[in-house]
Design a binder for this molecule. Structure first.
Ligand SMILES: [Zn+2]
Ligand SMILES: [Zn+2]
Length: 151
């Protein structure tokens, strides 16, 4: 069973419903009755449940952020070797890496990059760019003073 954001959202709404139900059921115990102490304890438990819901919500939001990132492509205007960066040469519609000699049967060099985003790069002026592992190799050499954060 894999943990997805959707699954976590489902848990959040069930935990919310349970919290609300406990509060509803334990809402009005006449004070002085024999049950009073226990019902008060149950209401206290509902407060803990509510805190648990907040934690679950945070986890769901983080998972959503990661899933969104997974779908995000680099999109820089030219292709790279995922491992070696700006090392492709293109000839007759075939792109080949000069270092590892991996080749692609299309003009990878001439098309926008379709690799997944893996790094956040912030240049000294504060402009943020997200790019794949291959493009970050070239950026490291070209962007002096930029900060690089793996996502
Ligand atoms: Zn390569
Ligand atoms: Zn890229």
């Amino acid at each position: 069973m894999s943990v997805t954001a959707a699954r976590m959202r489902d848990l959040v709404s069930r935990a919310e419903a349970l919290t609300a139900e406990v509060r509803e059921v334990c809402g009005g115990a006449p004070s002085g009755s024999a049950e009073h102490e226990h019902i008060r304890a149950a209401r206290h438990a509902a407060d803990w449940l509510a805190r648990g819901v907040e934690d679950l919500e945070r986890a769901a939001a983080e998972l959503e952020r990661l899933e969104a990132l997974r779908d995000q492509v680099c999109g820089i205007g030219w292709g790279v070797c995922p491992e070696h960066g700006n090392t492709l040469r293109s000839s007759a519609g075939v792109a080949t890496c000069r270092v590892c000699e991996r080749s692609w049967s299309y003009d990878r060099l001439g098309q926008p990059c379709r690799e997944r985003v893996a790094w956040k790069v912030v240049d000294p002026g504060g402009t943020e760019t997200r790019m794949c592992g291959g493009h970050v190799l070239g950026a490291r050499a070209a962007m002096a003073g930029a900060s690089f954060t793996q996502l």
